[in-house]
Design a binder for this molecule. Structure first.
Ligand code: HEC
Ligand code: HEC
Length: 206
């Protein structure tokens, strides 16, 4: 990690703490996210991530409703080499710290993707899937409604094949993630069929 990215990560960590303190003292302000004008740079993201941050492209995540800090961290990781940027390589390497801050705030303020309404190809055994999630404390980081918080992603309403890809990428160590390798630890013991069921369940979560 470059000195510059260590700096931005420290700034992010401090601002996350500040947000937590502010939220504790003013719950009303914390609940009502104000609309944010799209930064000009967001135009370059819409072809893949959708006009309002809701993706209709396979293996491409929706960004709308993701916690501000989560989006900022992922963009820093992809820019600085901590996460493989794939097809985003050319775009992400030119993002400035200001761009990243603007994009984090913008996507966090957009309405999240609606729960997937189509019937699942995988049979979802709700009791089994909640057991898998509860025993691994997924809700303690991602919140009980899976709306995400801080550096932990929103999972509710995300595209199922992307949720699956992300879990497989953590399981194989291709994606390391934040949180002291927590995502590797929780995914390594999951079988592929369990991952399929978790992905199908979370994509349908409102
Ligand atoms: C050419 C298509 C393309 C463009 C353009 C693009 N992205 Fe992406 N983006 C992707 C794909 C595909 C992934 C998933 C990468 C993976 O599988 O790890 C991704 C992942 C992400 C993630 C990680 C989200 C998550 O839930 O893990 C963020 C954040 C993101 N993009 C933001 C942006 C922003 C902001 C822009 C514009 C500045 C942008 N992307 C432009 C295709 C694109
Ligand atoms: C200790 C906290 C913690 C626990 C427990 C946890 N997660 Fe995560 N999760 C995270 C963090 C932090 C990230 C962002 C990782 C990164 O930086 O790439 C993440 C990322 C993810 C992603 C990728 C989302 C995206 O859009 O890129 C998925 C999917 C996911 N978690 C699912 C789960 C599931 C399912 C469980 C339980 C089996 C779980 N997580 C348990 C903290 C946690």
């Amino acid at each position: 990690m470059s000195a510059k990215s260590i700096f931005i990560v420290q700034v992010l960590a401090t601002s996350a703490l500040f947000t937590a303190v502010a939220a504790a003292t003013s719950p009303v302000a914390a609940q009502a996210a104000l609309p944010v004008k799209p930064p000009a740079i967001a135009q370059t993201c819409t072809a893949c991530h959708g006009a309002k941050g809701i993706s209709s492209t396979r293996n491409t995540p929706s960004l709308a409703g993701q916690p501000d800090i989560f989006t900022q961290y992922q963009l820093v990781f992809m820019r600085d080499g901590g996460r493989q940027p794939g097809v985003m390589q050319a775009i992400v390497k030119n993002l400035t710290d200001d761009n990243i801050r603007d994009l984090g705030a913008y996507y966090a303020a957009l309405p999240p993707p609606p729960a997937l309404a189509t019937k699942s190809e995988v049979a979802i055994d709700t009791e089994k899937v909640t057991g898998l999630l509860t025993s691994r404390h997924c809700d303690s980081c991602h919140k009980p409604d899976f709306a995400g918080q801080g550096e932990s992603a929103r999972l509710a309403g995300q595209r199922p094949e992307y949720l699956k890809k992300a879990l497989i990428d953590f399981r194989t160590g291709m994606r390391r993630g934040r949180g002291m390798g927590a995502m590797i630890e929780v995914s390594v013991t999951l079988h592929e069929q369990e991952i399929d069921m978790i992905a199908a369940y979370l994509a349908r979560k409102p």
